[in-house]
Design a protein around this ligand. Sequence first.
Ligand SMILES: CC(=O)N[C@@H](CCC[C@H](N)C(=O)O)C(=O)O
Length: 371
Amino acid sequence: MNIEKLLATRRQLHQIPELGFQEFKTQALLIKKIEEMGRSNIEIMKWKTGLFVFVKGKNPTKTIAYRSDIDGLPIKEDTGLEFRSEHSENMHACGHDLHMTIALGALEHISEQPINDNVLFIFQPAEEGPGGAEPMLASETFKNWKVDSIFALHIAPELPVGTVSSREGLLFANTSELFLDFTGKGGHAAYPHLTKDMIVTASSFVTQLQQIISRKIDPLDSGVITIGKMTAGTVQNIIAETARLEGTIRTLQPATMEIIKTELEHIIRGFEIVYDCKIDVDYGAMYYQVSNQGEYVNRFAEVVGKEGIEYVEANAAMTGEDFGYFLKEIPGFMFWLGVDSPYGLHHSKLNPDEDAIKVGINAVTAMIRDL
Ligand SMILES: CC(=O)N[C@@H](CCC[C@H](N)C(=O)O)C(=O)O
């Protein structure tokens, strides 16, 4: 493994973060790096802005798949790094640059020292939204390979380098995006009684929403509703005619998602009457939970132990991952990789320790060999 070369690749990828299904430069760079490996046993297939990369086994009886996501987030980077994002509005603030580099490192290793079985590397677009896993899984290209097992990783800023973590069963939550558009009658700031103020309505809605979690969900179950963006109004002395809330819903169980949506719609109906307005709701992209098979997790803990990597039992998290769709159909698991950053996922100062790349490649290649 030429770690210096891989670190340089990680930095190149870090500089060109692109949003879901716009990963054109990323796709081109990945293809260039894979072609530079110069291996005749590698077959590259484009899928939208992602890639399927197939490494033929020596004497295959099955196909093992490993998936990396490739998209960035609409966040202005504030790390001050020399190799910071060149796309000033976007950042790899969820570690997908490390995910891709680790996949490239594992791909190079497996293609140089092929195993008996086939290995399919998946470079998946749009994990942050609107979701690339479900359509990739449904594609004819993917179906043709009849994958027998699959796994993936996600960086964990709170864990030290040299550590990996997972658990049997639920690792990541069920998610649904949430977009709410409020429309009422705007008007002059001095005549509120003649208008229907959508800033007041939407603000009140945000606080009311939280009572779904505290009053409608079994306290022994769990859910999260986060509104991450609110837009409304035109100028300081006009009462806003429209407002928009953008957020996400997370639950530990698929059924709880349905409860939350039903309750949300009750509140919408109530608000439309009380605030005399119209509220349109759109649930955007929904991700199925990431649920790990115990057999694979136990095997992984043993495999990484032999590599001198520490395995820590994880708690379930309210993060979402469309990798859950792959695991719904194919046996496998997902794990966290420690990258030791004081700033967490989706933070403009996230700065994963690059030493984790080598650990990730060791864990992934060792697991592929074991499978
Ligand atoms: C690992 C991670 O951070 N994933 C994202 C997935 C987002 C899904 C979708 N856009 C949503 O917001 O519901 C996360 O925010 O957990």
